[in-house]
Write a new protein. Structure first.
Length: 656
C-alpha cells in the first residue's frame, strides 16, 4: 500500500440537524461535543473515570483507571468489581420492573413482550440451571441460537455467573462450531432444535451434533437445547438436555457473580487474513461502559424510545446493540427473528409501523436490497415514529444514503453512519445526531476520547484531503484485550512494529476531507466485507483446497457488488483438466456448496473461474492485484513481465 491514497469520491452535500433536534439531544450542539473532546485531551484518565463512575454500577469501586505498563495489553478500571448482567437487569428492578425490555417478533409475525422483571427472572432461572450443571466462573460456553429472547437470556445468564460466552452465528457450519469449541476450550453449548427464517426451518442441533462428533470436544459435558421449532432431534444422554427441563424448579433469583473489571465477558470469533479465525476477547466493565455511552451519545437514547437493531446476535453488533447496550440503558427494544423480505419486502417498514420504532439501526446491504425490492414501499407505511436512522457493517454509498434519508427518514431523521469493528466493542467514529452535519458516505468525526488519525506506512499523520491507514492513537475502555490464546497474534495484528507498537491498527484505509470528516475506503489486508460480514480470503481458499478430490489450488479476492458491498470471486486450479461449458458450471456449483458446508452460506463464491494455473511470479508468489483487476473486469495495465505464464490471464477472464 502506498504511503497515501488519493481520495476520488467528492461529496459536499451537508445535512445539519434541525434546531429542534439539537435542543433535545443528549449531546446538544458542536460546543458540547467539543467540550467533551477537550476534557479528554486535557485529562484523558479523568475523563474516562468520570464516565465510568456515572454510568456503570460498581460493587467495588475502582481506584485505578488505566494501566499501560504492559502495552498493548491495556487494563481499565482494573481494581474495580462489577457484573454485566446486574448492570443490564437488576439496576432497573426498583425503577421500572414492568417496563417492556424486549418486543420479540417471530418469523411468522407472532409478537411476545417481556418486561424487565420477567427478563430478570428468566435469566436467573437459566443461570441457576447452568450452575446446577457444573458451569462456573471462567468456563467458556458456546451459544448457537436463533434470533430470539432466549439468545439474549443465554448471553445474560452466562454473564451473570461469570462464564465467558462465545456466540456462533446461526448460519455457520458444523466445522465452524467445531473450530470455536476447540479454540475456546468450551465446556458447554447452548443451542436450539432449529430456527425459522423466511418461512423455512433451518436445523441447528444437528450441526452441533456433527461438530462435537469431529473429535477433541470431550470437555463439552452439557448441550442445552431450546425447543423453538418442535422438530424431532437426536438427544444424547447424559450430555444433551432440554432447556425447559433444566430450568424446571430453579429459583427465580440468582446472586450475580461479581468479577474484576477485566474479567473476559465474551470471546467473539472474527475472520483474519490467515486461515484460523481470531477469538476477539472483550472485558466486562470497559465494554459495558462503551455500550452505554454509545446508546446515549450516538443513538441519543431517551426513555421513551423503541430501539431496533436488525443485526444477529452472532455478530458484535448484536452483542453491543441488542444483548447489552439497550438493556444497560433500560430501553425497550425489538428482537426480530425473520428476514427483511418475508413475507414481502415491506416487512421492515411494517415492524417499524406496528411497534412505533423510533431508532432504527441496520446494514447498508439490507438498505440496498430493500431499494431493489421496492424503493417506494416505505411510503405505504406510517414511519412517523422514527427519529434517528443508523447504518452499520460497512461504508454506505451516497446513493443508498440519500434514499434512506428521503424515503425512510422523510428528510427529518439524522443518519448515524457508524464506523467500528468487532475489536473496538462499540462505535468509534460516527455522527452524533444533535451535533454533526452529516455527509453521505462519511462516518464524520471520532467520539470524544477516541484519538483517531490517518497515517502513512511509517506512522506519520497524512494531511487532510489525502488517504492512508486508519489508526487509534490512545487506548479506550471497550477495546479488544487480546486474541484468545494467542497474544503474539494480537500484537502482530493490531499493534505492529511498523507503528512502534503504539497505535491500534484498524486494518482499514481511510481519508479525511478538509473539514476533518473521515471516510472509510476499505480493507488494507485480505479480508472481504460481504453484507457487512468480514471474511478472510485465506479461510475461503483453505475451504476450497480442502476439497482434495477436485481442487489443487485456489485464490480468492473481492470485487465490488451493488448489493452486498463485496462479492467473493474465486480462481481455481483443478486436479484434472480445466473444464468448460456445462461441466464448468456443475463443478463451480459443487464447490459453492462445499464452501457453504465448510464455512457457511455467506462465504459462497459469487464467481468461480478456472485456469490451468494461477498468475504467479517466477518465485511462486500469486499476483493478487492482477486477480482483483480480472474480477472487476478491468483492463490489466500493471507490469506483468515478472509473470511465469502471462497466457493464464486470458483463461481466468472467462467467467463460469
Amino acid at each position: 500500500m502506498s504511503a497515501t491514497i488519493e481520495s476520488v469520491l467528492q461529496e459536499d452535500r451537508l445535512f445539519p440537524p434541525s434546531p429542534e433536534f439539537v435542543k433535545q439531544a443528549n449531546i446538544s450542539g458542536m460546543a458540547a461535543y467539543q467540550a467533551l473532546c477537550d476534557e479528554a485531551e486535557r485529562d484523558f484518565e479523568g475523563f474516562w473515570a468520570r464516565l465510568a463512575r456515572e454510568h456503570v454500577y460498581w460493587k467495588k469501586p475502582f481506584t485505578k483507571v488505566l494501566d499501560e505498563s504492559n502495552a498493548p495489553f491495556f487494563r481499565w478500571f482494573y481494581d474495580g468489581e462489577t457484573n454485566a448482567s446486574y448492570n443490564c437487569l437488576d439496576r432497573h428492578l426498583k425503577t421500572q420492573p414492568d417496563k417492556i425490555a424486549l418486543i420479540f417478533e417471530a418469523d411468522d409475525g407472532k409478537v411476545a413482550k417481556v418486561s424487565y422483571k420477567e427478563l430478570y427472572h428468566r435469566v436467573c432461572r437459566l443461570a441457576n440451571a447452568l450452575k446446577a450443571n457444573g458451569i462456573k466462573k471462567g468456563d467458556r460456553v458456546i451459544i448457537y441460537m436463533p434470533m430470539s429472547v432466549e439468545a439474549v437470556v443465554a448471553m445474560q445468564a452466562c454473564a451473570r455467573i461469570a462464564a465467558t460466552h462465545s456466540v456462533v452465528f446461526g448460519g455457520f457450519s458444523a466445522k465452524s462450531i467445531h473450530e470455536r469449541v476447540l479454540d475456546a476450550g468450551a465446556v458447554a453449548v447452548i443451542t436450539a432444535d432449529g430456527q425459522m427464517r423466511g418461512g423455512k426451518e433451518i436445523p441447528l442441533k444437528p450441526a452441533v451434533d456433527e461438530a462435537l462428533a469431529m473429535g477433541g470436544c470431550g470437555d463439552v459435558k452439557n448441550v442445552i437445547v431450546y425447543r423453538r421449532t418442535g422438530s424431532a432431534v437426536a438427544m444424547q444422554a447424559p450430555r444433551d438436555k432440554w432447556w425447559h427441563e433444566v430450568e424446571k424448579g430453579q429459583a427465580d433469583d440468582c446472586e450475580p457473580t461479581w468479577v474484576n473489571a477485566e474479567h473476559p465477558l465474551f470471546i467473539l470469533y472474527t475472520s483474519g487474513s490467515t486461515g484460523k479465525p481470531k477469538g476477539v476477547q472483550h472485558s466486562t466493565a470497559g465494554y459495558i461502559l462503551h455500550a452505554i455511552l454509545t446508546m446515549k451519545w450516538t443513538f441519543d437514547y431517551k426513555s421513551t424510545d423503541t430501539f431496533w437493531c436488525t443485526a444477529d446476535v452472532g455478530w458484535v453488533t448484536g452483542h453491543t446493540y441488542i444483548a447489552y447496550g439497550p438493556l444497560a440503558c433500560g430501553a425497550t427494544e425489538v428482537v426480530f427473528e425473520g428476514v427483511p423480505t418475508y413475507p414481502d419486502a415491506g416487512r421492515f417498514w411494517k415492524v417499524i409501523q406496528n411497534h412505533k420504532v423510533s431508532v432504527f439501526y441496520t446494514a447498508p446491504t439490507a438498505i440496498r436490497s430493500l431499494i431493489k425490492a421496492g424503493g417506494d414501499l416505505p411510503k405505504q407505511y406510517d414511519l412517523s415514529s422514527l427519529r434517528i436512522l443508523g447504518t452499520v457493517g460497512e461504508p454506505i454509498n451516497p446513493e443508498a444514503w440519500m434514499w434512506y434519508h428521503r424515503t425512510v427518514g422523510n428528510e427529518r431523521c439524522p443518519i448515524v453512519d457508524t464506523w467500528w469493528q468487532t475489536e473496538t466493542g462499540g462505535h468509534l467514529i460516527t455522527p452524533l445526531p444533535g451535533v454533526t452535519a452529516t455527509k453521505p458516505g462519511s462516518c464524520t468525526l471520532p467520539l470524544p476520547g477516541i484519538m483517531a488519525a490517518i497515517v502513512d506506512e511509517t506512522g506519520l499523520d497524512v494531511e487532510k484531503g489525502k488517504g492512508g491507514i486508519l489508526v487509534i492513537k490512545r487506548p479506550w475502555p471497550s477495546m479488544i484485550r487480546t486474541i484468545w490464546g494467542d497474544p503474539e497474534r494480537f500484537k502482530k495484528s493490531y499493534y505492529p512494529e511498523d507503528f512502534k507498537g503504539k497505535y491500534y491498527l484498524a486494518g482499514d484505509g481511510a481519508s479525511r476531507d478538509m473539514a476533518g470528516y473521515f471516510r472509510i475506503m476499505g480493507r488494507i489486508d485480505d479480508v472481504l466485507n460481504v453484507s457487512g460480514h468480514r471474511l478472510g480470503t485465506m479461510e475461503i481458499e483453505s475451504a476450497l483446497v480442502s476439497h482434495t478430490k477436485l481442487v489443487a489450488e485456489a485464490a480468492v479476492v473481492g470485487r465490488p457488488d451493488d448489493l452486498t458491498g463485496e462479492a467473493v470471486c474465486a480462481f481455481v486450479v483443478l486436479k484434472g483438466p480445466r473444464p468448460s461449458g456445462d461441466e464448468a458450471k456443475k463443478i463451480a456449483e459443487e464447490l459453492r456448496q462445499w464452501v457453504a458446508k465448510e464455512i457457511g452460506a455467506i462465504a459462497k463464491p459469487r464467481d468461480i473461474r478456472f485456469g490451468d494455473n494461477l498468475p504467479k511470479t517466477r518465485s511462486g508468489k500469486i499476483m493478487r492485484r492482477l486477480l482483483r483487476s480480472i474480477a472487476k473486469g478491468e483492463a490489466i495495465t500493471q507490469d506483468i513481465s515478472t509473470l511465469e505464464n502471462p497466457a493464464i490471464l486470458e483463461q481466468l477472464k472467462q467467467a463460469t
